[in-house]
Design a protein. Structure first.
Lengths: 229, 186
């Protein structure tokens, strides 16, 4: 037999009419406002960035604000924010004519953004002078910053997930990773404002680590949520 | 697909007739897809109804002007996965009737095509599909049976076009081998 023709024949079916339950559900449907992705992204950024500032302010802004270059502070802050917004756009803004995001863009942002912030943390953000710390202090400082970054990451992750929960592909783990990475990058931004501890190790692991750990948690959490529904 | 988008926009605006037309256009394709996943016509029909109920509940997530079909496929596939998990948890195994797809009819009731294949041959293909790894089966069903492009299948399944191409090719090769070995056994 010709496999291609048989496969084509398999697709020829007659569907039953809508069931009584379906007919009842859609009877006189109420008009709804459909999703506008660009507006959702703008709203999420408008909510999240002030939250990051608030988090940094409530934990105490970095004590060396008067000593570091304002241009450096703003430029590195913008790089963190770019790492927050880029994956949100990749995940929440579908390609023209589609409801679901382009999977290549989602996978790309899920992989590249954590890598970008690690490089940012190690090279640029870590360029301020590191204080002399013992190994134990260094490790506890990294863990403290990592946890603080993840606290900030939670809100945008949850809000974006809820906004997208009905427009996800069959396997949405990459979306989870991209959103987790985005949240972690926002955490890195908040840490940039509140933590003066320099050094490539601290910012590489403690600040950028929030994006890496956020991406891993997002990947696992979305996979778990999809399986356990 | 422009028609699907127009109907979806009208349906979101509260037009019930648009929903009925969308159902008539989309349901046969979705049912064929679900039969390939569930391998049981009555389960597939049940999931089809649930898919459209979920579409109704999720219609606010639609992006105006977009083709709703890939999105509908994801809703159908995830409804199938939810149903399969629910049945596994409650340990209720559907009785596989192996009921076969009916020959398609056009909307005026006439025969849509002349099917040269026996019910037995189609049943063999469905049984062989069931033996493929899930990711290969999904890619193969979408590209070879549903006629979706590689990019559309990638969007529906949430993976890259390269992965879809590879899975569909491997699935096709495995399917051919499975069918050949079935023929040899006879």
């Amino acid at each position: 037999m010709n496999l291609d023709s048989v496969l084509e024949a398999v697709s020829s079916v007659r569907a039953p009419p809508p069931s009584a339950a379906l007919v009842a559900a859609v009877h006189h449907p109420v008009a709804v406002r459909t999703r506008v992705p660009s507006r959702e992204i703008a709203a999420l950024v408008a909510m999240s960035v002030p939250l990051a500032f608030l988090h940094a302010y409530s934990n105490g802004l970095r004590t060396d604000l008067g000593r570091v270059s304002p241009a450096w502070l703003v430029a590195v802050g913008c790089a963190w924010l770019l790492a927050f917004v880029a994956p949100l756009v990749a995940v929440m803004l579908p390609a023209r004519g589609s409801v679901i995001a382009d999977p290549s863009r989602v996978l790309g942002s899920a992989a590249l953004v954590p890598a970008f912030v690690v490089v940012l943390g190690i090279t640029v953000a870590g360029s301020v002078q590191a204080p002399n710390l013992t190994n134990a202090d260094e490790v506890s400082g990294i863990v403290r910053c990592l946890v603080s970054g993840l606290e900030v990451a939670a809100m945008p992750f949850i809000v974006a997930f809820l906004a997208l929960r009905r427009a996800m592909p069959v396997d949405a783990r990459a979306m989870g990773a991209a959103l987790g990475g985005a949240g972690g990058a926002l955490g890195g931004f908040a840490l940039h404002l509140q933590c003066e501890a320099g050094g490539a190790v601290h910012t590489g692991f403690g600040h950028a680590g929030a994006a890496v750990v956020g991406a891993v948690i997002g990947y696992l959490l979305v996979g778990y949520l999809q399986r356990s529904r | 697909m422009v028609r699907h988008a127009e109907l979806m926009v009208d349906y979101c605006a509260g037009n019930e007739a648009a929903f009925r037309e969308l159902y008539a256009l989309a349901a046969p394709r979705l049912l064929a897809y679900l039969i390939c996943l569930a391998r049981d016509r009555s389960t597939a029909e049940e999931i089809l109804q649930q898919t459209f109920i979920k579409l109704h509940q999720s219609r606010a997530a639609y992006v105006r002007g977009a083709d709703p079909m890939p999105w509908l496929y994801t809703i159908a596939h995830r409804t199938f996965l939810d149903e399969a998990r629910r049945r596994k948890r409650s340990r209720v195994e559907p009785a596989r009737t192996d009921e076969l797809p009916e020959i398609a009819v056009s909307f005026d009731g006439g025969a849509a095509n002349e099917d040269p294949y026996s019910a037995e041959q189609i049943a063999e293909v469905l049984a062989a599909l069931d033996r493929l790894p899930d990711n290969q089966r999904d890619a193969l069903v979408l590209t070879k049976i549903q006629g979706k492009s590689i990019a559309e299948a990638a969007t529906i399944l949430g993976t890259t076009p390269g992965a879809i191409k590879l899975r569909a090719h491997r699935g096709y090769v495995t399917l051919r081998e499975l069918l050949r070995s079935t023929e040899d056994e006879r």
